[in-house]
Ligand binder design. Structure first.
Ligand SMILES: CC(C)(COP(=O)(O)OP(=O)(O)OC[C@H]1O[C@@H](n2cnc3c(N)ncnc32)[C@H](O)[C@@H]1OP(=O)(O)O)[C@@H](O)C(=O)NCCC(=O)NCCS
Length: 299
């Protein structure tokens, strides 16, 4: 192996940013999964990444970036790291992970896309814990039968009305996701921001009502790919256990299929066994997996 240099920089200009993009593409071809998120690639291309580079004889052998995590999302820092496929097994990954932890100046989360054995071994041997496993599940609309919807007695399903249903939706969302800090804390501003997105369609946001009260919802989304998404499903705690989650999910799936989409995807925490089982029973299978490793501050 040649000489190893570590460079930490806020202003990654050309041609190094181009070298990093080529490295990420080579890793994607080798591993079958992209090592950097879409957001990280955007920041990198814009020359705004807080970057750590391992140079081997002047060439970029490995790349990592680190970003502060806002206090309301738990604070600390989050990052990703990747070693060029032709330069692995030479200690670059370990050296870069240690530098990343120093650079985080506090607790660090590292996202590993694809749950690859090398990442698991490196993280484990550096004392990092698997904090979260986020699954992307998918289901094709390829003729696999979709069960019919049977709405429980006394429950009505209708589409969201902009300007009328926001408060009721927020109340149920807050109650359904009381244990889920990010989703449960949504405000009117968060809803409005999404209503202003090009993909927003109130006809794809379904509400379940009982005695005039909203008790659950299914918000669907359509991506340009094109693929549908089960964006958020929530059921008020007072109405859980009636099978409403399944009913609402199915209502949205029928809607997405009728729009002619080839498939539907969703993200779910692997630890959320009831949800994973529900989606499996509706024909979803694992499509991709992201693992978040947590590192305590360097002593
Ligand atoms: C994970 C990754 C960063 C490792 O980089 P690397 O430079 O090859 O790793 P190192 O040479 O520093 O090896 C560190 C440890 O990783 C583990 N490791 C490396 N390659 C491995 C492999 N093919 N299988 C199993 N474990 C492996 C070993 O525990 C190794 O320690 P050891 O040499 O004492 O046995 C690299 O494979 C990569 O870029 N993967 C894709 C991106 C990714 O998953 N990033 C998240 C990292 S948490």
């Amino acid at each position: 192996m040649g000489e190893r240099d570590l460079v930490i920089t806020d202003g990654l200009g050309e041609p190094q940013a181009g070298e990093v993009l080529a490295l990420a593409e080579a890793a994607t071809r080798r591993d079958g999964v992209a090592p950097l998120s879409e957001q990280s690639l955007l920041t990198l291309r814009a020359g705004r990444a807080h970057a750590l580079l391992v140079l081997e004889d002047g060439a970029v052998a490995a790349y990592a970036h680190v970003d502060p995590v806002p206090e309301e999302d738990g604070g600390g820092a989050s990052g990703e790291l990747v070693v060029h496929p032709d330069r692995r097994g030479r200690g670059h990954g370990r050296a870069l992970l240690r530098a990343l932890r120093e650079e985080a100046r506090g607790p660090l989360r590292v996202w590993a896309h694809g749950d690859l054995p090398a990442a698991a071994a490196l993280a484990g041997s550096e004392g990092l814990r698997r904090v979260r496993v986020l699954l992307q599940m998918r289901r094709p609309f390829d003729g696999t039968p979709l069960p019919e919807v049977t709405v429980p007695d006394g429950v009505q399903i209708r589409a969201f009305e902009v300007g009328r249903d926001e408060d009721a939706w927020l109340r149920v969302n807050g109650r359904a996701f009381a244990d889920h800090p990010e989703q449960g804390a949504w405000t009117l501003e968060d809803v409005r921001a999404r209503q202003n997105e090009p993909w927003f369609d109130p006809a794809g946001l379904f509400l379940a009502e009982r005695d005039g009260q909203v008790i659950g919802f299914h918000w669907t989304k359509v991506h340009p790919e094109p693929v549908g998404e089960v964006y958020v499903v929530g059921v008020d705690p007072s109405a859980q256990g009636l099978g409403l989650g399944r009913v609402l999910t199915l209502v949205g799936l029928h809607h997405l299929r009728e729009r002619g989409l080839p498939a539907v995807m969703l993200y779910v925490d692997e630890a959320n066994r009831p949800a994973v089982r529900l989606y499996e029973s509706l024909g979803f299978t694992r499509h991709a997996v992201d693992v978040m490793y947590g590192a305590p501050p360097v002593a």
